[in-house]
Design a protein. Structure first.
Ligand SMILES: Nc1ncnc2c1ncn2[C@@H]1O[C@H](COP(=O)(O)OP(=O)(O)OC[C@H]2O[C@@H]([n+]3cccc(C(=O)O)c3)[C@H](O)[C@@H]2O)[C@@H](O)[C@H]1O
Ligand SMILES: Nc1ncnc2c1ncn2[C@@H]1O[C@H](COP(=O)(O)OP(=O)(O)OP(=O)(O)O)[C@@H](O)[C@H]1O
Ligand SMILES: NC(=O)CC[C@H](N)C(=O)O
Length: 586
């Protein structure tokens, strides 16, 4: 059987930075070639970054992507890497019209290309376009109608792109008909809780369907709300896991494979024939000659993270990437002594380093001593920059000038804090972090232009009960590592309070978080209707109250900063509801 050393480059591209992304491809190809790889694969749309959203609709951007691809092929050869076969995702346009969809030539495509010997050897486009959850690919791309197969050292390697793997039929079905020895899938697959388990099972199932080994390369890093967890992997034709990269870290995963020799019997199929699901096989040859036999090296298989470690890793990666890719070296947040701001501070310190985190305590006349002490304790544990700005004088002066009472007066405290944070951010250049959690966002339990200000909201997709769980996990993790737990125990155990009036508790306005989060899970994550939620055993009046809070808070959610998605249904692209909406459940 011919041997092939494949290298999966699990890297972190940046949307729109074509030059830097191309540099990364060259640098990682060099590394891979240095380790003897014959075939080096990069993620989906690695040259443009992913997802590019409406940039795909700009012909200037599409042309830049195509030019970058051609220049990259030449550059790889120029740097002595022409003999290495390199597979990259990029943004292309369709050369021909797609009459079936009524589309003219020139429509954008999510494409993959094989580079070798200074040129583009073959290219094909994604066939199955995801159009659910956070994805809108019907809006951007026309589907590809080819299965590309490239012969590399006597092995036929078929190519597919991300969603092609998740849907039945199409490229994976055609791989078997094409008799390929390896299916290589390039991916931009965002993190969701426990997706790695789904992924491995899917990859195994598809490799059985395709009848060959399968190599899956995914990106890492963050892009606005999305975090890519990597988890690149290779399974044999029998489904055996042969190598796996860690989550959230860059990695060059090298795997030595024994693969079936490409058939020299051309009667098996004729490239260009329609073979399966309307797909045409297109073929190119890089090399017919198997590599000289060599001693295979053992591949690495990264240990799996626990669910909590995975969530925390996603949150750190999401914030770190958002800050770095938007030019921020430091972040700023209000430290109240409560659990939300303490967890965000811990995530921030892990993301950008404690020395680059700025915490401000902004006590009002209602702030308890314990909240001030807990805020100072958080700062000390984390080693962040800490200052106190009492807000009472500003609030009093404001109330003198503008007479506010009741909730408007209470909310003024949050608004003065919001303005203070934005002022410091504007002065010193820190990124302001909003500290709201998913339960609060669901119920509109935050003050617009108050604690809802900020540039990024790290925990907006964590229900409050998960905020407590992840905080406990982070503290236990610190103890395991022999470090100081970053979050004061008191912040975890005390009853949550906005402290906007004397003795205020969240429980004055909201149901117990254990129950609230269960109802929200049914309504938001599972999209259950009111009657189904009541039938699930919740008090009808409580369900009505919670659903009304959720429905009428859409305007606040739309104005909330972006933040890392970790759940199946994060507020934002995953759940799009009209603001002006008179539909009420029940
Ligand atoms: N559909 C719509 N489109 C656009 N704007 C709309 C709107 N409906 C109301 N509004 C506007 O929204 C404003 C009301 O919203 P807002 O000013 O935010 O105030 P509001 O929702 O009335 O009060 C904020 C609530 O959040 C709680 N809170 C505040 C701060 C921190 C925390 C915490 O624990 O973390 C909790 C606070 O105790 C209170 O219950 C009004 O001025 C109204 O004009
Ligand atoms: N005294 C304060 N000093 C500084 N920031 C504050 C203060 N009070 C509130 N904030 C800011 O507003 C956010 C929301 O306030 P709130 O007190 O409701 O939340 P929290 O204290 O983080 O968590 P919890 O909801 O558990 O109390 C805080 O996370 C914090 O960023
Ligand atoms: N980029 C894609 O096509 C991603 C879709 C796929 N279902 C995933 O999340 O992995």
């Amino acid at each position: 059987m011919p041997q092939l050393r494949i290298a999966l480059s699990q890297i972190n591209p940046t949307v729109g930075d074509l030059a830097r992304n191309a540099d990364l491809v060259v640098a990682w190809t060099k590394r891979a070639a240095g380790r003897g790889a014959h075939l080096v694969a990069f993620p989906e749309m690695v040259l443009t970054g992913y997802p590019v959203e409406d940039l795909a609709l700009r012909s200037s951007f599409v042309e830049a992507s195509r030019r970058t691809l051609d220049a990259l092929a030449a550059r790889l050869a120029g740097e002595g890497l022409g003999e290495t076969t390199v597979v990259v995702g990029y943004l292309d346009r369709c050369e021909t019209a797609t009459p079936r969809l009524g589309l003219p030539a020139g429509a954008p495509q999510n494409a993959v290309a094989v580079l070798h010997g200074g040129r583009v050897v073959i290219r094909s486009a994604k066939h199955h376009l995801p159009n659910y959850g956070v994805f809108d690919e019907f809006r951007y791309f026309v589907p590809g109608d080819k299965l590309a197969v490239v012969r590399v050292h006597g092995v036929d390697v078929a190519l597919a792109i991300c969603e092609d793997l998740w849907q039945d039929g199409g490229p994976v079905a055609a791989v078997r008909a094409a008799g390929a020895g390896l299916l290589l899938v390039v991916n931009g697959s965002p993190y969701e809780l426990a997706k790695d388990d789904v992924r491995l099972e899917l990859v195994r199932r598809r490799s059985a369907e395709a009848g060959c080994a399968l190599a899956y390369v995914n990106m890492v890093g963050g892009q606005d709300e999305l975090v890519f967890d990597g988890d690149s992997l290779v399974v044999g034709a029998d489904g055996e896991l042969l190598g796996r990269a860690p989550q959230f870290e860059e990695e060059l995963l090298i795997v030595d494979l024994d693969l079936p020799a490409a058939s020299t019997d051309d009667s098996a199929y004729n490239p260009g024939d329609v073979v399966a699901d309307g797909l045409t096989i297109v073929q190119a040859t890089v090399s017919d000659t198997p590599v000289e036999p060599y001693e295979p090296a053992p591949a690495s298989t990264a240990e799996r993270l626990s669910d909590d470690a995975e969530i925390y890793g996603a949150l750190v990666s999401g914030l770190r990437n958002y800050a770095a890719k938007n030019g921020f070296r430091s972040v700023l947040l209000g430290l109240s002594g409560g659990i939300d701001s303490a967890l965000v501070a811990a995530i921030a310190a892990d993301a950008v380093g404690g020395a680059n985190v700025y915490g401000v305590s902004m006590p009002s006349k209602y702030s308890s001593d314990h909240s001030k002490d807990d805020a100072a304790d958080t700062a000390e544990r984390i080693g962040l920059n800490y200052r106190q700005v009492p807000i009472a004088p500003m609030v009093d002066a404001y109330l003198d000038a503008v007479k506010l009472t009741g909730v408007a007066e209470e909310n003024l405290q949050a608004r003065v804090r919001g303005t203070t944070l934005m002022g410091i951010s504007n002065q010193d250049g820190h990124l302001v972090l909003a500290t709201g959690n998913k339960s609060e966002l669901a119920c509109g339990y935050s003050t617009l232009y108050g604690d809802a200000v900020g540039g990024f909201a790290p925990i907006k997709d964590l229900p409050k009960t998960l905020v407590w769980r992840i905080s406990r996990w982070r503290n236990e993790e610190a103890l395991r590592r022999g470090e100081t737990p970053p979050i004061p125990e008191n912040s975890i155990t005390k009853p949550p309070s906005a402290e906007l009036r004397p003795d205020q508790k969240d429980s004055d306005s909201l149901p117990d978080y254990e129950i609230l989060d269960d109802i929200l899970d049914d309504y938001v994550e599972q999209d259950m209707g009111r009657d189904a939620i009541v039938a699930a055993g919740f008090d009808a009046a409580l369900v009505d109250r919670v659903l009304k809070l959720v429905d009428t808070a859409e305007y606040k959610r739309r104005q909330y900063p972006p933040g890392t998605k970790i759940s199946l249904k994060a507020f934002g692209r995953d759940r799009r509801l009209p603001i002006t909406n008179h539909w009420r459940e029940g």
